[in-house]
Write a protein that binds this ligand. Structure first.
Ligand code: T5A
Ligand code: NA
Length: 211
């Protein structure tokens, strides 16, 4: 049996990740292709509840502590992700360790840079592709309910965007495909489907027509 793919979505807050992940899952289902969607943070587990309270401003956490909680929240799912991929199920992940590293490093804590942040994430299953939904901090801030959670400030989002850029020009950047997320829902979706089809066909994504 062919192994399932591991497809990750990343981007700033409000880039449209959850919307597009859900549309992609629907496409897989329509095509009767096995699929599972995971969102990080998974707010339903014990670590997820602590993260949720922190993001809503209901509790405080030291920067390294919250970083490690986000990481544990991913490690909790590793066995089931690996089992699904082995069983031929495509696993779609809404935010992953790239967000993990970038949001923590964006805090400008002198002992929490990108390289420190990467350590607890080492060994997590590497995705076949990381689709980066690219939006300016300004456009993101205009979208629905921006500003409700901890990191949804212009300053933080601009720093996050800059650090995603740093990640994309590091070896990690090989995993990234950037899509303009400021476009309409439908055209973002169309581009995502082209990128997924290119992995299936082993076409170099660089060779896809530009949009
Ligand atoms: N975080 C996360 C860490 O610090 N460390 C970690 O390890 C992880 C995993 C919560 C926070 O946690 C941080 C990052 C975050 O600050 P979350 O639960 O993923 O992470 O955040 P959410 O608030 O659920 O989701 P996002 O803010 O990331 O939004 P999405 O999923 O990118 O956007 P979505 O799809 O919900 O859309 C937002 C709005 O825009 C509209 C939608 O209808 C919606 O109203 N929209 C569009 N409008 C116009 N054109 C388009 N193309 C549109 N696409 C969507
Ligand atoms: Na989301």
């Amino acid at each position: 049996m062919a192994r399932g793919k591991l497809v990750v979505f990343e981007g700033l807050d409000r880039a449209g990740k959850t919307t597009q992940c859900m549309r992609l899952v629907e496409t897989f289902k329509r095509r009767a292709e096995p699929v599972r969607l995971i969102r990080f943070p998974d707010r339903s587990t014990a670590t997820g509840k602590a993260i949720d309270a922190y993001l809503k401003g209901e509790s405080e956490q030291e920067d390294h502590v919250i970083h490690l909680l986000f990481s544990i929240n991913r490690w909790e799912k590793v066995a089931s992700i690996e089992a699904d991929i082995q069983a031929g199920i495509t696993v779609i992940i809404d935010r992953y360790y790239y967000s993990g590293c970038v949001y923590s490093a964006a805090k400008d804590n002198p002992t929490l840079d990108l390289s420190w942040a990467r350590h607890p994430e080492v060994g997590l299953p590497r995705p076949d592709i990381c689709i980066f939904l690219d939006i300016s901090a300004e456009d993101a801030a205009r979208r629905g309910s921006f500003g409700e959670e901890k990191y949804e400030t212009r300053k933080m989002q601009e720093r996050v965007r800059q650090l995603f850029g740093v990640l994309q020009s590091s070896p990690e950047g090989e995993d990234f495909v950037k899509i303009d997320a400021g476009a309409s829902l439908e055209s973002v979706e169309e581009r995502i489907l082209e990128v997924i089809a290119a992995i299936d066909a082993h076409v170099d994504i660089e060779d896809l027509p530009l949009r």
